[in-house]
Design a binder for this molecule. Structure first.
Ligand code: ADP
Ligand code: MN
Length: 515
């Protein structure tokens, strides 16, 4: 396999650069950084940790509360669980209504009133929206590129001249919302079965009872945390409000349910609303909500801190804003990819830590991850060459390294591979950019070699083919060492000269550097 030539679109690799023969900074140190970074970013590991954590913290809830919309992997709309959940929602509503009646009765006309809010099952929206008036991300440009990414006009009206109807028009709004609210229950884990003629077996009834207990405990937990974090399975009130506003403004028609809950984000599916003159809304959207549970993001500091695009801003920001920056980063990176013609979600809008993009999939069913789909050997080969090409485009045209590329973040849709999840992507000259690229290459090579693609390059060949570098080491340890030496050389150059070397270019096809 080692002898297989570099694939079609690979550049002409030039003669080995001088540093290879003699490194002016001495022997490159093989610090432990690479393995810890691998841990930090591995999607697989994240999934495992997430599972572990959930099982440890809420063993009883996970089993019962994973709704049909939660899993993403095995959507089973016929499950008893779904029926149980829909009924639970209905029960909760009735319970809350009863509570409200009692509250009213007790309070009467009294000037001092007591509130049962804390006993409610379904907690109402947080009405504090002052912070939401500042859409600071929307006006920001990709700090690296001259051309503007998709911006989001703050258009809150429809029509022209005196026929203008603003989004605040009460009658219009009221009508629309009443219709939409049905589909927009606070926890999102509702189907649309309310009002259906449901018949229950004993089994379902027991499941329902069990679910009722665990929901109660969950509700109590949610309530405790509601000011601070995005909860495990739902979203916090501020996020809910943001989502609600998107529906309210008509940009989204309905939010149908959750398609994925990860350690750092929750992804929802939504049907797109009205396309306006200045904004095309796709018929189906994915909404990625970056979790505001701060500790999840601690480990990721180094990605953004060392990304010079965000350097100046990083130190001045509070943790909440840093999380928004992840969303912002994903938006910029997706925009670059879109401009290069790489199949990926199209950005619709960014609001704080909530990124709306086009949905890859159809009829609410997300496209399967490459790890979950069984491809014919022909498609597998096709997918491989496509990915090789995309990695090259990403590197050269977008000046990016994915940095979490694996079969977990590639979707198979419409007979091709789509790249997603690029919030952690960095530029190749990031202090660890080449290490990230090497890890991406390892994942890709392994996946396709195991998948029986005989043409698949090994990780070192792939690395050279993507980067245009010509690292000749024939074993992983030496290869890694040379990569780190390159990174160090670049960092030293930045220290001494205040700008980056363009050493990552081959003589054939240098990446674009704006400096
Ligand atoms: P995470 O950081 O949680 O891994 P991802 O961006 O990978 O976030 O999204 C998690 C999952 O949500 C993906 O594996 C995919 O199944 C689904 N998903 C994300 N974005 C989209 C999209 N635009 N279209 C369809 N499914 C998506
Ligand atoms: Mn992912």
């Amino acid at each position: 396999m080692d002898s297989v030539g570099v694939a079609a679109a690979a550049p002409d690799a030039g003669p080995g650069p001088a540093w290879q023969n003699k490194c002016p900074w001495g022997a490159p140190s093989t610090t432990s950084i690479s393995c810890s970074l691998a841990d930090v970013m591995s999607e697989q590991l994240a999934k495992e940790l997430q599972l572990e954590e959930e099982n440890a913290a809420f063993p009883e809830v996970v089993a019962a509360a994973e709704g049909p919309f939660i899993t993403g992997e095995n959507i089973d709309t016929s499950s008893d669980l779904m029926l149980a959940q829909m009924l639970q929602m209905e029960f909760d509503r009735e319970y809350d209504a009863q509570l409200r009646r009692e509250e009213k009765k007790i309070n009467g006309d009294s000037k001092v009133s007591i509130s049962f809010e804390n006993y409610r099952k379904v907690h109402p929206y947080d009405s504090d929206s002052s912070e939401d008036e500042v859409d600071w991300q929307d006006t920001r440009h990709d700090p690296y590129r001259a051309d503007k990414p998709t911006t989001t006009p703050r258009r809150g009206f429809i029509g022209k001249g005196k026929d203008i109807t603003t989004k605040h028009d009460e009658v219009v709004c009221g009508r629309k919302n009443t219709a939409r609210m049905e589909n927009f229950a606070p926890e999102f884990q509702v189907g649309d079965g309310i009002g259906m003629d449901l018949k229950l077996s004993n089994q379902v009834f027991n499941a329902l009872k069990q679910h009722a207990y665990s929901e109660e405990r969950r509700s109590a937990r949610l309530h405790e945390k509601k000011e601070h974090s995005t909860a495990e399975k739902a979203v916090d009130p501020k996020t809910r409000l943001l989502l609600y506003k998107m529906v309210n403004s008509g940009m989204l028609e309905t939010i149908t349910g959750c398609i994925s809950t990860g350690k750092e984000s929750v992804v929802f599916h939504a049907y797109g609303g009205n396309t306006t003159e200045d904004k095309v809304i796709p018929p189906e959207c994915a909404i990625k909500v970056f979790k505001t549970t701060l500790n999840e993001f601690k480990n990721r500091d180094k990605y953004i801190k060392d990304d010079y695009r965000f350097k100046d801003r990083f130190s001045k920001l509070n943790p909440r804003k840093i999380i928004r920056m992840w969303a912002e980063k994903e938006m910029h990176n997706l925009t670059r990819m879109q401009n290069a013609g790489i199949p990926c979600p199209q950005v619709v809008i960014l609001k704080k830590h909530v990124l709306v993009m086009s949905f890859i999939g159809q009829d609410q069913v997300p496209a399967p991850k490459l790890k979950d789909v069984t491809l014919s050997s022909e498609d597998m080969k096709k997918a491989y060459y496509q990915i090789l090409n995309m990695m090259q485009q990403l590197y050269r045209e977008c000046n990016l390294v994915h940095a979490d590329l694996s079969e977990y973040n590639m979707l198979w849709h419409d007979g091709k591979v789509w790249l997603i999840d690029v919030s952690q992507s960095v530029e190749p000259t990031h202090p660890h950019g080449l290490e990230f690229l090497f890890r991406d290459c390892k994942n890709v090579s392994q996946f396709f070699q195991k998948g029986g693609v005989a043409e698949a390059l090994n990780e070192r060949e792939l690395f050279n083919a993507v980067s245009g570098l010509n690292i000749t080491a024939d074993n992983e340890v030496d290869f890694q060492a040379e990569i780190e030496a390159l990174e160090k050389m670049n960092e030293d150059h930045v220290q001494n000269h205040g700008k980056k070397l363009s050493m990552f270019s081959s003589d054939g096809d240098p990446p674009i550097y704006d400096e």
